[in-house]
Design a protein around this ligand. Sequence first.
Ligand SMILES: *Cc1c(COP(=O)(O)O)cnc(C)c1O
Length: 435
Amino acid sequence: MNYYSTNRRAAEASLKEAVVRGLAPDRGLYMPGRIERLPESFFREMPGLSFVQIACRVAEAFFGEDVDADALQRIVTDTLSFDAPVVRVEDRVWSLELFHGPTLAFKDVGGRFMARMLSYFLGRGGDRVTVLVATSGDTGSAVANGFLDVEGIDVVVLYPKGKVSEIQEKQFTTLGRNITALEIDGTFDDCQRLVKAAFMDRELGERLSLTSANSINVARFLPQAFYYFNAYARLREAGLSGPIVVSVPSGNFGNLTAGLFAKRMGLPVKRFIAANNRNDIFYHYLQTGNYEPRPSVATIANAMDVGDPSNFARILDLYGRSLEAIRADISAARYDDEQICRAIAETLERTGYLLDPHGACGYLALCEGLREDETGVFLETAHPAKFRDRVEPVIGRSIEIPARLAEFMRGKKLSVELPADFETFKKYLIGESDI
Ligand SMILES: *Cc1c(COP(=O)(O)O)cnc(C)c1O
């Protein structure tokens, strides 16, 4: 299958080209040339199938033409070495828990899948590739851990100094080996800008083979559709038959867009809710029809502190740039830190379920927007222990740290500090920097 750019000024690419490049040469995002509608029979049979079985079928629809069937099955199976259960929180409200992977956030799915896919393609070519990734918190750890010790690949993680939690930071700065962490004196948007500039720089392009592991990469972004299908299967298995609404805590909008793809493939989700924190660019877009990116502001749900969400271009493209069509499938809500904290405390008190700050946005948006006949699922995108510094004071007790998280905390931070300046970053990448 070919992939086209959302800007439509670059030639179509093969899957391998799209995965290796990340961003299209015209700065657009790659889109699959076709979105296969899965047969009714699949949706009927799904409740009896496992997460991996469901994911294999979905993966085949996207990648089946370009990756050997055995290899694809192995990539999916290796990626999903953990579950994504749907847990009942209260009447009609369910949590799709996406924090059971190695770094305790949903990005493990895309990060692990992409690492395996890239290694599959490179294994045949023998080139060395540098993966650049800007992170607002959780991408860096998922990608770094997904790629750790993968042959032929170097990973450079850029993150904003002082703007990620200590636990997040430890998960990608302590690894060493083929992973380098750059602590940028700036915001997440600065990090994202540096990464984009690197792809546009001719000299860098000649000296290094660069790719991105942000949610712009199709190999990271599309596999996120897997767990939407799984959630549907598990809810049907639990005997729920009404319309399903999915609420997605959103920053760069990769996760939500993957859900929209699932719907386009026939998954019976009635509608989606995009839950924002104070970085509410998408909320405003739905209100006014104007997309007005703004510098991001720091919030307690820091992995959603994005002022110019990359995947907005994909949403526009998917809906033929029609605001009306977008509004028919997606509504939006936004919450400030105070509302998020209150929701965490009250939900724990009332239901016994502990939300993380991102999941709390999804939960609030769902509870506010759910109608009588609907069943709602919100994506619990990270484990609350990743944000314990902020969550513990809110709930007034300590959170138990899962063992795999405690392990990271014992490591030593090995970051390199850089200013948010492209020339310095470029020199560092080509090894001419004295930093
Ligand atoms: C990355 C992230 C988000 C936002 O996901 P997008 O795909 O960028 O919209 C939400 N919650 C957590 C915990 C994250 O790590």
